[in-house]
Design a protein around this ligand. Structure first.
Ligand code: SF4
Ligand code: SF4
Length: 129
């Protein structure tokens, strides 16, 4: 229904489960489109033969734990992955600590135990329905 709850959950999960201090930092890794013609949430599909990883000149995109993960330290901001992704799941973001735009993508919240804990009770509740 285009409510953007997923965008908010993503941003809070990547902010140590805290609300943001500023709207400028609202940079979700899932994007909700809500237009008269289209209503959909778009994020990385963690492709099996990932085009983004194939084209990255620095091997900054790697397969790990059944997902495609970005090694931020290796990204040079060339944007090739943005062009290669057929789903529009890659974005470029300038961070406060680094004004150069670097790639950003869904990481499936791997290594975020708090996010997983928040998700589990909802799953248990749903399984009782
Ligand atoms: S960023 Fe795009 S190409 Fe890369 S794994 Fe995700 S959906 Fe596939
Ligand atoms: S922007 Fe970064 S992750 Fe994307 S292709 Fe270039 S170096 Fe790789």
């Amino acid at each position: 229904m285009g409510c953007k709850a997923c965008e908010i959950a993503c941003v809070i999960s990547h902010n140590d489960n805290q609300y943001l201090a500023s709207a400028d930092a609202f940079l979700p890794r899932i994007k909700v489109f809500n237009t008269p013609e289209l209503r959909s949430a778009v994020t990385c599909r963690h492709c099996e033969d990932a085009p983004c990883a194939s084209v990255c000149p620095t091997q900054a995109l790697v397969r790990k734990d059944n997902s495609i993960q970005l090694l931020k330290d290796k990204c040079i901001g060339c944007k090739t992955c943005v062009l290669a992704c057929p789903f529009g799941a890659m974005s470029m973001v300038a961070e406060p600590t680094n004004p150069a735009s670097l790639a950003r993508k869904c990481d499936l919240c791997i290594g975020r135990p708090k996010a997983r804990r928040a998700w589990q009770p909802a799953q248990r509740k749903r399984s009782r329905w």
